[in-house]
Ligand binder design. Structure first.
Ligand code: FES
Ligand code: FES
Length: 162
């Protein structure tokens, strides 16, 4: 198929790519742009391993055709850390033992990040709902939910100290 030039914002930077418009955002990120943090699980919208934010909304990158991101903002797991400095969510995932094999972790973190962007004080039910599209084959849901609640507290404390 004919390639198309697509302009979008990726983790705060404007980028231009020449790619197949019907190819998935997931393959564009991993294959063409070398951002391997976003994982490919099922490839059909079932597992959430490929979750990224599209205009601040969590989406399954495997289901988004590249043509749909023209002019939009895409945010991937790579944007949450800066060298050795990691996001409070990532710290909490480590501290609460929420990472087992780690395959679901980037998608889980991005779904939780989307939640905490709009709700800094989520209830356990809200956390469950936010990650309901993300599957963990290691069954670490309890620790994952605890980690998200812990991160929310950390972020809240941080904002009160600022
Ligand atoms: S790889 Fe996209 S939802 Fe599973
Ligand atoms: S930690 Fe292994 S799939 Fe979730």
């Amino acid at each position: 198929m004919k390639k198309q030039t697509i302009n979008f914002e990726l983790n705060g930077e404007l980028v231009e790519v020449h790619t197949e418009p019907s190819g998935s955002l997931l393959h564009l990120l991993r294959g063409q742009l070398g951002l391997l943090g976003t994982k490919e699980g099922c490839g059909e919208g079932e597992c959430g391993a490929c979750t990224v934010l599209l205009d601040s909304q969590p989406v399954n990158a495997c289901l988004i055709p590249a043509a749909k991101i023209e002019g939009k903002q895409v945010q991937t797991i790579e944007s949450l850390s800066n060298g050795d400095t990691i996001h409070p969510l990532q710290e909490s995932f480590v501290e609460k033992g929420a990472v087992q094999c780690g395959f679901c972790t980037p998608g889980m973190v991005m779904s939780a990040y989307a939640l905490l962007k709009v709700n800094q004080d989520p209830t356990p039910v809200e956390v469950k709902e936010a990650i309901s599209g993300n599957l963990c084959r290691c069954s670490g849901y309890k620790q994952i939910e605890e980690a998200v609640l812990d991160a929310a507290e950390k972020i809240d404390q941080g904002s009160r100290e600022d």
